[in-house]
Design a protein. Structure first.
Length: 202
């Protein structure tokens, strides 16, 4: 029997075809067809290469955010402006790839913070669970997607931490100015949050 995660992916793909059937822009339909036809043929994300991110900008504070969910330890990541006069900032939910939180998501969060946002990356895998191969990443992703109730619970917790659980040193997040961005698995996180009714501004 296929996992709920596979069922969800099939549901998203079906919705894509329904959307194509209703679309009138031929170029847009062509793009969607290309995406749909390549969906099942992607074996991995290509060869991983070493990358040394730039240092944290002077105008930014960034650090890990440990938290516990249903008895399990998780370690998210936050970046925010250092400006002490700022009383409230727009918040950004940053969804990590199937490799878990890496230097890429941290760097993107720092970039957002340098622009005035509070960026938070929730950890969906658990503290120190950071897959190093595509096979290990797929296993962790399938594990979290196999229980959609738990998956949604993790997403809700991530949004709640962004809005009010980042500690006294972080600027207050304006809950009416929330944004979301995600990469790979993180893109699915953002789509699911939107589908569940979260009012993101972008």
């Amino acid at each position: 029997m296929e996992s709920d995660g596979r069922e969800l992916l099939r549901h998203i793909k079906l919705n894509m075809f329904v959307f194509m059937a209703r679309a009138r822009n031929r170029s847009f339909v062509t793009l969607l067809l290309a995406l749909a036809s390549s969906w099942d043929n992607v074996a991995g994300h290509g060869q991983q290469v070493a990358w040394n991110p730039p240092p944290v900008p002077d105008s930014v504070v960034a650090h890990d955010v440990p938290y516990t969910l249903e008895g399990q330890s998780f370690t998210g990541y936050v970046a925010f402006p250092k400006d002490p006069t700022r009383t409230a900032s727009a918040g950004v939910f940053v969804g990590h790839t199937w490799n878990g939180i890496s230097s890429m998501e941290k760097w993107r969060s720092q970039q957002l913070a340098a622009k005035g946002f509070v960026a938070f990356v929730p950890d969906l895998y658990g503290t120190n669970v950071r897959p190093k191969t595509d096979a290990a990443a797929r296993a962790e992703m399938d594990k979290i997607l196999s229980n959609l109730t738990a998956f949604y619970y993790h997403l809700n917790e991530g949004v709640d931490i962004l809005k009010s659980g980042l500690g006294p040193t972080a600027p207050k997040v304006n809950s009416s100015e929330l944004f979301a961005v995600g990469y790979c698995l993180g893109g699915q996180m953002v789509l699911e949050l939107a589908r569940r009714g979260y009012d993101f501004k972008g």
